[in-house]
Design a protein around this ligand. Structure first.
Ligand code: IMP
Length: 432
């Protein structure tokens, strides 16, 4: 059976948590490979809602090995809170089922202060980050000064790194950003060493672990966070996150070679949302946008911020399919569109009389173009109870089929409601 990467094809919040949760039944390992506690994966099982930021969604299943790979940046405080919360709800009774890469990056308190100060200083140019310290932690890593999970085990190594890093961070905070809070080496050292002790039993050479498990014939699901348009290189730069979010990152973020990953399951929501700043051609700043936000409960799982809402953008979808090499496609939140008399799909961008049907490399074109829309009829019948694709209202089927035509790929999965069971599974990405 193949190994699968699950990625979001828009600006995050496509409903990956639910899809990963469902497909976990076919996997033996669930592996996070990038991002950190900026992610918020919402899963509803038996009417109980769980929001996970760092733990792989597979943690809510029995006997799955859940891995936090080297490409993830770990806030040990948030991770520890999540570990305690899932244990309290009766999961993770066997601690050996959660493995954290020795190489994963670490977020401490000063990274969050830097994230906050940087955003405040940017005024109009701010990114609208989650303020979870993601950017500053990855910056440190790229600057080759980063603190890694294994460093939490050695007070001496950690002290050396903190002395160096805090000299720089405190200078930035005090002199450049001119905010009052600076951090002492002793305090940060005690804080991080404490988590080192708590997290030690979970640390492992996860590249070796995942490799060995694959060699034994076990099945891996690589769980992406955020979405393609937030990718550091290929997204709407600079309004992106600080990691690569596309499927290729599953390899670099785990230390598992690309030849061992066979399939890419892309998740697309039936409409588009984005949190934070940055261009969004199909954004609806009217009552339809508000309706999508209300019915789709489009408020950030991590920050609670209202998400910006708009129509599905097939140009971005095709761009994302290409970047990720998507082999299987899942559609989420189709039910949210119920009751809309008309539904639009963006099939191109118009700029200075020219139509672009591929994602334009030019920010000027992308930021200033008008979406070209195709209009389809809506449906009014509730679809949340439907379990057979053929029983969907004709207009809903037409909408789904039209997306398939534009994407050039058929759906493996269509979600018609928030719960695990509210799903039409059309094909299994591990088999077809
Ligand atoms: P950061 O990742 O906190 O640095 O934020 C950078 C951008 O990515 C901001 O626009 C955030 O709102 C966005 N972002 C980060 N994580 C997520 C996510 O999980 N879902 C949606 N947007 C996200």
């Amino acid at each position: 059976m193949p190994n699968v990467v699950v990625v979001g094809l828009q600006w995050g919040d496509e409903g990956k948590g639910k899809v990963v949760d469902i497909y976990t039944q076919f996997a033996d390992l669930v592996v996070r490979f990038q991002g950190g506690s900026n992610a918020g994966h919402t899963i509803i099982v038996d009417d109980v809602k769980t929001v996970l930021h760092l733990l792989p969604s597979g943690i809510l299943h029995q006997n799955k090995i859940c891995v936090i790979g080297s490409g993830v940046t770990v806030d040990p405080d948030i991770l520890w809170q999540e570990i305690e919360a899932v244990k309290q709800s009766g999961h993770l009774s066997d601690e050996s089922l959660l493995r954290i890469s020795y190489e994963a990056a670490v977020i401490s308190r000063y990274h969050k202060a830097l994230d906050d100060a940087s955003e405040q200083s940017m005024g109009e140019r701010k990114i609208g980050t989650t303020k979870r310290g993601i950017g500053p932690s990855y910056e440190e890593r790229v600057a080759r000064r980063g603190i890694r999970i294994k460093d939490l085990l050695s007070r001496k190594t950690l002290e050396e790194k903190l002395r160096h890093n805090l000299k720089y961070a405190n200078f930035l905070l005090k002199e450049y950003y001119q905010v009052s809070d600076t951090f002492s080496v002793e305090d940060e050292l005690d804080y991080l060493c404490e988590f080192g002790k708590k997290l030690k039993p979970f640390m492992e050479d996860t590249s070796l672990l995942v490799y060995s498990e694959i060699k034994r014939g076990r099945n891996v699901l690589f769980e992406g966070a955020q979405g393609t348009m937030l990718d550091l290189d290929y997204g709407t730069y600079p309004f992106v996150t600080s990691s690569n979010t596309i499927a290729g990152a599953a390899s670099t973020g785990t230390g598992v070679g690309p030849g061992m990953i066979e399939r890419v399951l892309g998740i697309v929501k039936a409409y588009t949302t984005r949190v934070g700043m940055g261009p969004f051609p199909t954004e609806l700043e009217d009552e339809v946008g508000q309706r999508l936000r209300d019915v789709g409960k489009e408020y950030g799982a991590t920050t609670g911020r209202p998400r910006r809402c708009g129509w599905l953008d097939a140009v971005l979808l095709r761009y994302a399919l290409r970047l990720n090499g998507v082999t299987n496609l899942a559609l989420t939140k189709l039910d949210v569109l119920t009751g809309l008399p008309k539904i639009k799909i963006c099939t191109g961008y118009k700029y200075q009389g020219k139509i672009y049907d591929e994602y334009p490399y030019s920010e000027t074109v992308f930021n200033n173009s008008e979406p070209v829309y195709e209009e389809l009829a809506g449906w009014s019948e509730p679809i949340g109870e439907i379990r057979d694709f053929d029983e969907l209202p004709a207009a809903a089927k037409r909408y789904v089929r039209r997306i398939e035509d534009l994407a050039g790929i058929k759906f493996s999965f269509v979600s018609v409601g928030p719960k695990r069971g509210d799903s039409l599974v059309l094909r299994n990405p591990f088999r077809e």
